[in-house]
Ligand binder design. Sequence first.
Ligand code: FES
Length: 128
Amino acid sequence: MYSKIVMDHFQNPRNVGKIKDADGIGKAGTGNCGDMIEMAIKVEDEKIKDIKFLTFGCVAAIAVSSMVTEMAKGQPVGEAKKITNDSVAETLGGLPENKLHCSNMGADALQIAIKDYEEKKTGKTREN
Ligand code: FES
């Protein structure tokens, strides 16, 4: 049912946890199943220096979160902005049709974290 890559990221998730003094935080969830992802980024010289996630969710949601952190870590912010739900699912070797909604939270949480970072940088504040 799941690809080997998905199972690997589920069994050995990368970059789990929180970041103290994170520069941006993004939360995303799916209304239906109640699962949710919190993604935190630390930015230095406009690059994602560190990224961590906490996910309350299914196998796919955890694998997606882990993969997003691997794809974004070390990338310039501009490149990380190009990570989409589709590119994450593709890098994971695909997801079963009924699990595609799980992949929709991963990149969303990252993009919200980047937006949060950019808004803080420009002095705006956001309620979440
Ligand atoms: Fe809810 Fe996968 S079943 S995120």
